[in-house]
Design a protein around this ligand. Structure first.
Ligand SMILES: Cc1cc2nc3c(=O)[nH]c(=O)nc-3n(C[C@H](O)[C@H](O)[C@H](O)COP(=O)(O)OP(=O)(O)OC[C@H]3O[C@@H](n4cnc5c(N)ncnc54)[C@H](O)[C@@H]3O)c2cc1C
Length: 380
């Protein structure tokens, strides 16, 4: 068993970290205040191959493993978890196009998505169904030309910002087997958006409802086969969960690194606060927790890469553990900064706010426990 990263993986980590420090970190607060990320950022990330990290090389992607991709998200999140997580959603969609789209659909969208001239959103959640996603009601009725969509998607990251949406909609019976995945381009008549959601974190990412009112798309916009959309959506999520966990890990590590420096400068009772053993123990606990999180995350990524039978369970375990550890560490880092931790200038409060949602989306952490428990019971 070899736990070391290869030279190539170290290089990926360094490249993503350097890009984040140069191109994201200096602007992260401004983008948060403006509630949007400039589209000019994306082609720069695409030049590094980050528009299709695990899209096959055959179809023009970087062809990286899921483990490699977690390194990218961990490194970018050191600069801004919100920007890194947004990139993860686009990558999840690009991979769905790579794997399931017809040649014609793939040709139409994937090359531009890889260059990040166009940005993709993922539309599963609805106002009435989140965790129970297979209960979705948005309908795509078959017509002579293709499909007509009616319904509403909620909480869509990139809603009103993205150039195209992968929409999970009902084309058949109730339940997961009646769901198909359909690409809807921005500007399609009948596609509209709700108001900008005012959120605790991830504020640089625009989140809106995405609404379909007799929204007609050609038959060629169907991704893969009718009735398989829910399966495609879930397959995207295993890896998406790894990415979100990696975003928690990177941002929490950045908070811990900043805290270590801060504690060597801040004085109380005549000495720097890093001299209090009670606080040293907290530092040690955070280091242990993040290293355990990193190991579990990379093991889960390796299981997904190698097609291990328990990969879904491993991804759920990692998502639950790493996102909770990341939030605990970020919160402790805020505490160790005292009042300054509460001020935006120190960068810690933004991390606390950004990481909180990682316990809720890509499947809540209760759903992660459900996946783990279900597999435990089945294997009894
Ligand atoms: C900022 C943000 C961005 C998002 N981006 C997207 C996006 O781009 N695309 C998209 O499709 N969705 C997106 N979502 C939606 C997200 O995936 C859902 O919010 C999430 O899946 C939870 O669904 P819900 O909010 O409807 O909560 P509910 O499903 O109503 O859950 C409420 C509570 O009940 C718990 N619960 C539910 N069922 C069970 C059960 N069986 N056992 C135990 N506990 C249970 C949940 O864990 C939760 O604590 C985003 C959400 C947010 C906040």
């Amino acid at each position: 068993m070899d736990f070391a990263l290869s030279e190539e993986q170290e290089a990926i980590l360094d490249m993503a970290r350097a890009f984040g420090e140069a191109e994201i970190a200096p602007h992260a607060r401004t983008w948060e205040a403006e509630g949007t990320i400039p589209k000019a950022l994306w082609p720069k990330l695409a030049e590094l191959g980050f528009g299709g990290l695990y899209v096959s090389e055959e179809n023009g992607g970087a062809g990286l493993s899921r483990l490699d991709a977690t390194l990218v998200f961990e490194a970018l999140s050191r600069s801004c978890a919100s920007v890194a997580a947004f990139l993860s959603i686009h990558n999840m969609c690009a991979k769905m196009l790579d794997t399931f789209a017809s040649d014609e659909l793939r040709e139409r969208f994937l090359p531009r998505a890889l260059r990040m001239e166009i940005f993709f959103s993922y539309c599963l959640t609805e106002p009435g169904s989140g965790s129970d996603a297979a209960a979705l009601k948005t309908r795509a009725a078959r017509t002579n030309e293709g499909y007509t969509l009616d319904g509403t998607k909620a909480f869509i990251s990139g809603g009103g910002y993205s150039d195209a949406y992968i929409v999970m909609a009902r084309t058949g019976e109730d339940g997961p087997r009646g769901i198909s995945a359909i690409v809807v381009e921005d500007g399609t008549p009948g596609l509209s958006f709700g108001g900008l959601e005012d959120k605790m974190g991830w504020r640089s990412q625009p989140t809106r409802q995405v609404q379909f009112d007799a929204c007609a798309v050609p038959a060629g916009n169907l991704l893969g086969e009718e009735g398989h959309g829910f399966r495609y959506a879930m397959m995207g999520l295993d890896g998406g969960r790894l990415n979100i966990a990696a975003c928690s890990l990177g941002a929490a590590q950045a908070a811990l690194d900043a805290t270590l420096l801060y504690m060597g400068e801040r004085k109380a009772f005549g000495k720097t606060i890093d001299q209090f053993q009670a606080l040293q123990f907290r530092l040690a606990d955070m280091e242990i927790e993040l290293e355990a999180a990193r190991t579990l995350l990379r093991q889960a990524a390796w299981k997904l890469d190698t097609g291990a039978p328990d990969a879904t369970k491993a991804c759920a375990m990692a998502k639950k553990f790493v996102t909770e550890a990341g939030s605990r560490v970020a919160d402790q880092c805020l505490q160790l900064h005292g009042g300054y931790g509460y001020l935006a200038d120190y960068g810690i409060e933004k991390i606390v706010r950004d990481l909180r949602v990682h316990q809720i989306l890509e499947g809540t952490n209760e759903i992660m426990r459900m996946i783990v428990a279900r597999q435990m019971l089945a294997a009894r």
